[in-house]
Design a protein around this ligand. Structure first.
Ligand SMILES: [Zn+2]
Length: 479
């Protein structure tokens, strides 16, 4: 029994490590008390010091200088991968907005907002400007409390009052980027550039839009321009990564299908690329239907030889594929879509669609649970028994601890994290079907944090969800 359980564990661990480690190349942000933001990977805290790797080398700063560390999370859309703060000029609360009477303490005064909007209807310039400011203030308020949908509605209303105002154009573009609507964001940025040709923010966000559209040369050009206008740590990190990609992909061939853009290194066979696209289109139909989500832009796939994969993605040695907004898959030696590769494709595609549907907000346990469920992984009796005994010893992982990046997770715990995440999703699907998962993801997209979204969608808090999972494992896998 014990030996069997161990074998079951090994199988799950090997399979998961093989198929996934989303966004290993994504980064954390060390925010210093003076406001400076340093983008770094492998951020660690030890002996009163915070250290991390940046494109310029390893940096170490005293913990006393650090305000907070914003942890990145695997399995996100490209928009989320570049989860940058709003443009400097606006949104996070500017002076004009603060002076508005429409936001009082922690609430919006909708009557005041309506009155200000009505006053603008006669076209008086001062009244129109006041209405734009008021809508902007409400947008900033909603943004600051995590309601991106509402923030966009108000940002667009503000822009409707003053369609040629650069900051308002930037706000709308920024919020669209956060929703992974790159093409639409780009249209607003083109207008913003006409108003403010030398704005570093316009170049920064335009680079982001091109990056999301998988147009690397344009992204690099915009970010270089942005750095010339005003050096910025966010841009420095993204630019270094994009330049690395561009260099590596110089000799890549390109192919595409209805929902995908695929680049691959000359060493990979064009027939393999074609069959990968066919497989992906099949998967797209079923996964997209199950999740009731279809991205507005094609999903980017890059095939590497193993060596290039390790060099470019800087992934840990155990990572089999990466999804940092672009799905990166090592295919050295393959000439056709093997069952293992098919599973990787489906798994990583699921990450992309879940990331898009939740606008980059999906906690990692749910990302990995859903991706495994969609790729066909199931626990099996031995792994289920191990998880149940973990639960009985009160050693089950708390879902709160599995929300953020798994990048620095001890490698002997990674298998447990994947297995428990799969168990939770299996139990939810068992109880309510994939439509429950679909509803949950929708909720995640609109709630500022994950646990309240889980509570609203499936009526369980994290602790109860773990008990629910253990009960499911006991009743469905016991022999
Ligand atoms: Zn994964």
């Amino acid at each position: 029994m014990r030996r069997l359980a161990w074998a079951g564990w090994r199988m799950i661990a090997a399979c998961c490590l093989l198929v996934c480690f989303a966004a290993a190349s994504s980064a954390d942000v060390i925010v210093l008390k003076n406001g400076r933001r340093i983008v770094a990977v492998n951020v660690k805290e030890a002996e009163g010091k915070i250290s991390g790797e940046t494109p310029a080398g390893t940096i170490t700063v005293p913990a006393s200088m650090v305000d907070r560390i914003e942890r990145d999370a695997p399995g996100r859309s490209p928009a989320a991968d570049l989860r940058w703060g709003p443009p400097r000029a606006d949104l996070s609360g500017d002076a004009g907005a603060a002076a508005q009477p429409v936001v009082r303490g922690s609430a919006i005064d909708f009557e005041a907002l309506q009155r200000i909007r009505r006053e603008a209807s006669n076209g008086d310039a001062a009244a129109v400007a006041r209405a734009a400011d008021a809508e902007s203030a409400v947008g900033a308020f909603e943004f600051n409390r995590g309601n991106l949908d509402e923030a966009l509605i108000h940002a667009e209303r503000a822009l409707a009052f003053e369609p040629a105002k650069g900051t308002l154009l930037l706000n709308v573009a920024y919020l669209r980027l956060r929703r992974a609507e790159y093409g639409s964001a780009l249209a607003f940025l083109v207008r913003a550039r006409r108003v403010a040709p030398d704005s570093p923010d316009v170049a920064k966000l335009t680079g982001w839009a091109y990056y999301g559209l998988n147009r690397l040369p344009q992204a690099v050009e915009e970010w270089r321009r942005s750095q010339r206008l005003l050096p910025d740590d966010d841009v420095a990190g993204a630019l270094a990564k994009a330049e690395r990609d561009l260099e590596a992909e110089r000799n890549f061939r390109e192919d595409g299908s209805e929902h995908f853009v695929l680049r691959y290194d000359g060493a990979a066979a064009p027939e393999l690329a074609r069959s990968i696209l066919r497989q992906l289109e099949d998967d797209f139909r079923s996964v997209s239907a199950a999740l009731d989500y279809s991205p507005s832009e094609p999903v980017a796939i890059i095939l590497y030889t193993n060596r290039a994969f390790a060099d470019i993605t800087r992934a840990p040695a155990w990572a089999g594929a990466i999804n940092d907004g672009r799905i990166r898959i090592p295919v050295q030696g393959l000439t056709s879509v093997t069952p293992a590769l098919a599973r990787v494709l489906r798994h990583e595609l699921t990450h992309s669609l879940v990331g898009g549907k939740t606008r980059g907000r999906c906690p990692v346990w749910l990302q990995e649970g859903v991706a495994q469920w969609m790729d066909g992984s199931r626990l099996g009796p031995a792994a289920a028994a191990s998880l149940v005994s973990l639960y009985d010893r009160h050693e089950d992982p708390s879902l709160g601890s599995l929300e953020g990046s798994w990048m620095n997770m001890p490698s002997d715990f990674v298998g447990t994290a994947y297995a428990w995440s799969l168990a939770v999703v299996e139990s939810l699907v068992h109880a309510g079907g994939t439509s429950d998962i679909e509803r949950l993801l929708d909720r995640i997209a609109s709630e500022p944090t994950a646990e309240p979204a889980v509570r609203a969608a499936v009526r369980l808090d994290y602790a109860t969800l773990n008990r629910f999972t253990a009960d499911y494992l006991r009743s469905n896998y016991s022999r």
